[in-house]
Design a protein around this ligand. Sequence first.
Ligand code: TMP
Length: 419
Amino acid sequence: MWLKHTACRACRYAEPKGPPGIKAAPTNEKLVRVFDLGLQPLSNAFAKADEPQSAFYPLEVLLCPRCSLAQLSATVPADVLYKNYAYVTSNSETMKAHFEALWDAIKQEGEPTSVVEIGSNDGRFLAFAKEHGAVVCGIDPAENLAHEANINGIQTFCGVFDAETANMARGSLPPVRLLIARHVFCHVDDWKGFVKSLDAVATKDTLIAIEVPYVADLLKNVEFDTIYHEHTSYLSLKAMEWLLRDSPFHMHKVLRFPIHGGAIVIMLRHNLSGVTPHESVASMLAAEDITEKTWKDFSDAARNKMWTMDELVKALRAEGKTVVGYGASAKATVWLNALKYGRKEISFVCDSTLQKQHRFVPGTDISVTDEGALLRELPEYAIMWSWNYEREIIAKNTRWIAQGGRFIIPIPTLKVYPA
Ligand code: TMP
């Protein structure tokens, strides 16, 4: 089951309008379709052979011509998407370095002594915050992950972020100094409700930090594989500015980080905080220019990238070479389903996440195995679908490379390493 999304989540463009109590009149406004990947399965629904496989849902991007928010035309309900969720926050060196950089940036705004995290996953970031002296509490809808976090001593309420979980989190900590949502805001359907729940937790002095992939980076690097059902929106600052109109908050500062192919951390402050906005907000807003044409160019470049990959894989297979995948990320699911690949093209995908191993990549008959498979099976080529960890993955696979193995790295520019 999925819901059709037609009105802009940030500025309400294309929403039927009318006085309260009277049926709203239809509008001529329409979000514009700018990218279409057809029907795709849920990208993190890794199932075992004896479990039901994911259903397929439309994967199509609509652009709001008023505030430039890109958003999916289909919303899959959270209880379907997250009940048993295989995405686990990475334990990688890259992620640890990101946490350090993020924490330093947050500390410049004042010591974060009490932290609530929305979408806290298995509690990895909160464990980091706890090590740095904070008292912490998480909220996450994935039952498996919230359970794991609680077992590991990170108090976590299981549920989506709403008035109820917001109140539970507020009640369990001293006044919250930092309210953080890392890569979760773009998963949320009801943004107005989300902002209301922020208001239920935050005091006028709370720093709110929202980390999201930045749509300008997605467009520039043609990261089409980061478009999947969990990501219902692709955020621009202009859209955020529209969303916050008439809210108790405003954008205070924006920072860019290289994580996950380019992310921004948008810091919000309460309108009564008395803190003056940093110049980064105005300068980044002024630099943003996202139009239908930008998306059209992106769409052409994405098709071109898929075609180039397909030609390369077919040529390698015709030469009798084995091609596998490295990293069963959601990005792998998008690529494999867009190219309609199965085991015939890609022998297996290896991944360090136990929750994904011995399961199928959604929508395919390709199984996920452990990273040791590269040295056991010695495939000639591995497509790096966790390209956001490129340096780290190359460094840990030097033995396979020394034995002739080569990575195909699709983003930002498709290349083979070693060349
Ligand atoms: P992500 O890009 O959505 O964080 O997913 C990255 C995937 O790549 C995740 O399933 C873990 C996997 N991975 C490895 O298998 N080995 C590694 O060294 C790294 C860094 C990630």
